[in-house]
Design a protein around this ligand. Structure first.
Ligand code: ZN
Length: 423
């Protein structure tokens, strides 16, 4: 164990340098730039580290085009047997830098123990830490009883369809070849994320009847009716959602139940140039409803349908339509007593001397695809960085956190797939 932790420490400067190189490639999504260069850089490194590496363009996928091609990487290092198999997965895409940076987002620097750059926390430092934790086992001369695998995938920030979902559908990331998955998303060195909430996105359209704006009694205002509906949802649906507190340890606490957020609202005439005096005949809102495992999608939908029906009955002439917006996500979670979770807990205790905190994500990440398409039941997110830093200006990841996480991941790999008897 000591030799392994020493190997991680010796590799730390190289790991930091590699993280900087990855950040310097602007893999901005949307639209998905620089994927090939970044995937090749990772593939090269994994080849040097004795992995069997495949660089896979997503030919034929609807999101793959000559202008913005999608490339994923899958790598395996087999030991005595292919199983058990521990798989690390990280996404290579980053969100656009946005405004407010005081540094170049794509020229990574270390200042005061923090590595700055777009994608540092979310999640190129985590990916580098996973790659170097796997390498530490080799450098320390630890034989494998199972296999170590790693994938670097695209498009997580926009749903992961050409990334993890695509590879899982192709049979490359499934329970047929994988036992445990660790996704180094930025939850910090002592937190294990066991899953995430679900997401139901929907649009409500309110239909009215236009008339001259000076005589509104001759028309039906779609906006007025929508206002009544929004208030009905606020008064009746939201308390019902808030009362359903989940056993899943979602952090922050405010997200431990379902939540409802209005993404957008549009109604009447477009707000540019002059308006004509008309009663608005159309208004639409888009809502995002986050849901917990204790709820079902049917319940989630029927709450909204109930509110629509109540308003339609109480306001003659009102007419609403409910449309699914697509990209529905089901909640995913790994059991707290799963071997992957208890092994990570043990490794955190051995490395940091503290008890791990189990959390679940209020949002969603690639866990959903491993669970629902890949049929993998043991999947967690564990990695360096700060969740609050993700998608922010001047994003950073702590250097110490990166080394600590790499140690924990190396130790976890040793416990799960290393041949400790020989070693
Ligand atoms: Zn991420």
């Amino acid at each position: 164990m000591r030799a392994l932790l020493n190997a991680v420490d010796e590799l730390a400067p190289e790991m930091l340098q590699f993280a900087k190189e990855l950040i310097d490639i602007p893999t901005v999504n949307p639209p998905g730039e620089g994927y090939r260069e970044c995937a090749e850089r990772i593939a090269d490194r994994l080849c040097k580290f004795d992995f069997d590496v495949r660089l896979l363009p997503t030919e034929g996928h609807r999101d793959h085009s000559p202008a913005s091609p999608r490339y994923n990487v899958i790598a395996t290092r087999n030991g005595a047997n292919p199983r058990p198999a521990l798989h690390f997965n990280g996404h290579i895409d980053v969100v656009p830098p946005g405004a407010g940076w005081t540094r170049d987002p794509f020229s990574a620097v270390i200042e005061n123990g923090r590595l700055y750059g777009r994608g540092s926390s979310d999640m190129k430092c985590g990916l580098a830490a996973a790659i170097y934790s796997a390498e530490a086992l080799r450098r320390a001369g630890i034989p494998l009883r199972g296999s170590l695998q790693l994938s670097a995938t695209v498009d997580e920030e926009t749903g992961g369809f050409a990334g993890v979902a695509h590879l899982a559908e192709a049979g490359l990331l499934t329970s047929r070849t994988i036992d445990y998955v660790i996704i180094p998303e930025p939850f910090g060195p002592s937190r294990i994320c066991i899953g995430h909430r679900g997401l139901y996105w929907f649009r409500i359209v309110s239909h009215g009847k236009t008339a001259h704006g000076s005589m509104p009694h001759l028309g039906i205002s779609a906006i007025e009716n929508m206002a009544v509906l929004l208030e009905e949802i606020r008064q009746t649906v939201m308390p019902e959602i808030a009362a359903r507190v989940s056993v899943m340890p979602v952090a922050p606490l405010e997200s431990r139940c379902g939540t409802l957020n209005i993404n957008s609202i549009q109604g009447g005439e477009p707000d540019f140039g002059l308006q004509s005096p008309c009663v608005a005949d159309r208004c639409e809102v888009v809502y995002e409803r986050r849901w917990v495992p204790e709820e079902s999608l049917e319940e989630v939908r029927s709450q909204i349908i109930g509110a629509l029906d109540r308003v339609a009955r109480s306001k003659p002439g009102s007419k609403f339509e409910l449309e699914d917006y697509g990209n529905t996500v089901y909640p995913a979670s790994t059991r707290r007593d799963a071997e992957l979770v208890s092994t990570l807990e043990q490794s955190i205790y051995e490395t940091l001397g503290r008890r791990a905190e189990l959390v679940a994500s209020p949002g969603t990440y690639d866990h959903k695809h491993f669970a629902r398409i890949g049929n993998i039941v043991q999947c967690v997110a564990y990695g360096p960085g700060e969740l609050e830093q993700a998608h922010q200006a001047d994003e950073w990841c702590g250097v110490e956190a990166m080394v600590q996480s790499a140690r924990v991941m190396a130790l976890t790999a040793l416990h799960l797939v290393g041949n400790i008897d020989i070693y």
